[in-house]
Design a protein around this ligand. Sequence first.
Ligand SMILES: Cc1cc2nc3c(=O)[nH]c(=O)nc-3n(C[C@H](O)[C@H](O)[C@H](O)COP(=O)(O)OP(=O)(O)OC[C@H]3O[C@@H](n4cnc5c(N)ncnc54)[C@H](O)[C@@H]3O)c2cc1C
Length: 648
Amino acid sequence: MCARVCTGIDRLCGVAHAVLTHEVARYAQDREPVIVRRRCRPKAADPHTRPADPHRSERTVTPSNQKPAGASAPGIRLGAVAAQAAIAAHPRASVLIIGAGINGIATFRDLAMQGIDVAIVDKGDYVSGASSASSHMIHGGVRYLENGEFRLVKESVEERNSLLKIAPHYVKPLKTTIPIYSTFSGVMSAPMRFLTHRQGAAQERGALLIKIGMMLYDSFSRDGGTVPRHEFLGRKASLRLLPRLNPGLKYTATYFDASMHDPERLALDVLADGLAAGAHARSANYIEAIGMDAAGVRLRNAVTGAEFSFQADIVVNTSGPWTDLTNTALGQTSTYMGGTKGSHIVLDNRELLAATGGREIFFEHKDGRIVLIYPLAGRVLVGTTDLEHDMTQPARCTEAEVDYFFDLVKHVFPDVAVDRSEIVFRFAGVRPLPRHDDEAPGFVSRDYRIESRPLGARPGTLLSLVGGKWTTFRALAEHLSGDILTLLGRTRVVSTAGLPIGGGRNFPATDAAHRVWIAANGDEVGASRADQLLTRYGTRAVDVIDFITAEPDEALEHHADYSRREIEFLAATESVVHLTDLVLRRTSMAFRGELSLALLEELAGVLAPVLGWDSARRAFELDLAVDVLRDRHAVDLTTVDAASAPRA
Ligand SMILES: Cc1cc2nc3c(=O)[nH]c(=O)nc-3n(C[C@H](O)[C@H](O)[C@H](O)COP(=O)(O)OP(=O)(O)OC[C@H]3O[C@@H](n4cnc5c(N)ncnc54)[C@H](O)[C@@H]3O)c2cc1C
């Protein structure tokens, strides 16, 4: 019966698909965005032999084109204090980028590779804004089809397919299943939305509509046939595959997208590529743009409080959801933005993890919002919401949002019990969406645009990025830097399309290549440790292995998966300023719920000599980390047994 219904849906959809494909091709054309081994390499620096003065950290960059085959990408190799000092000591560049989320960082990389004199700063840590709050999906955005955003979907799937190749260490294929509870629901409202660009009432999408969407998505996204076609199954077959799904479902649709296993580390790799281009590319975290004067953009060091003016011909505002606030600080009031808050929870629930069958379950909740449940790093990520937010306030995942998530888990897996005690991490961020007035958040365009205006206080141009997803960062950066090159009267010398990112360079693509890599790099650290480091850093693991084998090393007492030397490596080479930078963004310890007070204390002890912390600073960092984890991520370490070993 179901097979017959599915076939009927296939036929009906074939006709609709033919008509729509023609429309889509035309639309996609019309709607371009408005774009106003171990190798003969020196051992890395050792913090014990090199005194703990970050000012003395040096960038040791080897241009990628001089690297032997099989070598890794260089690391950032720059202490934060030295980086901040380098910006203040030479406060002039052709381009200043304000905001080091993924879009600012990708633009920095692109410009650096063109030989442009460029500096990037962030008021906080790298990738600590919206870019650290995503659903970890690299996706075409099947639901954007309904909003008529064909250009964005096309670009997104192309970038998804490319990222699977150029960043295979962090971007992995993601099998995605949509449970469907009705056959015809939404067949009137969705086309009306498409034709009128009005949202209408939230209504469930039925099988027919989803089938049309899947067929269109296939036509955009199959990358010459390498990405499998979607699959539509009836109830029985669906429940055979995923028996814990709600038995009330009628069909499932399954297709492939991709997920980022470690967005923060991927962004750090993009940054490292930019820095590797040469000394003309400089970056610093914890430097905030606070104003504009006749000498340039006023910058303030968030750690020392020191202020200075930075002169640039082009100032690029990529401060994401803070874009209007940054423009206002620069004396250039704007009302471009209308960001919405989205939250997630990370659950340590083995039953739920098994129920997902290793797939993302992507579905529509009762309110019409598209939500997701999916396995990541041995945990289950559940998200997300879409709520108006005041950007002067920090974003937090509230108890009401947790209730919403538990409700949706119950809707999809009714007999899998979830409990608040299983939440190991919460996070929330604000999407840098354009101002949308009375349009409902879920229907606001996810596409991006670039706004241009004179700098004001001095000659030059201010470019503001409005929007921009994680998925499209490379393409977006190419567009944005293209505009900048035009303004500077320069021409592109290299395209980033198809260029491997960081530890994705020479990443072993087959099991045989993987075995060869482990054999070549595991002689000193052992095969399983080499494998763990390859998973964690891609081929940049060779730098980590070089460093950790230069001195005696030992596993951390409170986290056996990390060693002291590995933490020292991250501290010495990846601009760690605070303990929170390490646990939230250089490692995924917090995300996985692996922290304890004892571990934080141990980590602070490892960082102290590398970063020059005295006992007062160490105590301050510990308190700060405990506060941030409690306030922003609902991780209360005072209730966690300090002696408890982290869950692996
Ligand atoms: C809940 C949620 C889920 C999402 N899910 C996905 C997904 O699955 N897939 C996807 O592709 N996209 C997703 N996105 C969208 C994506 O994460 C963002 O669009 C993208 O990360 C934006 O990056 P950005 O660099 O533009 O902004 P941000 O990452 O916010 O970076 C802006 C930076 O500017 C800095 N800054 C602000 N003001 C100043 C100043 N005055 N001086 C110096 N620095 C400043 C901030 O500290 C911040 O680091 C999601 C977003 C959210 C919030």
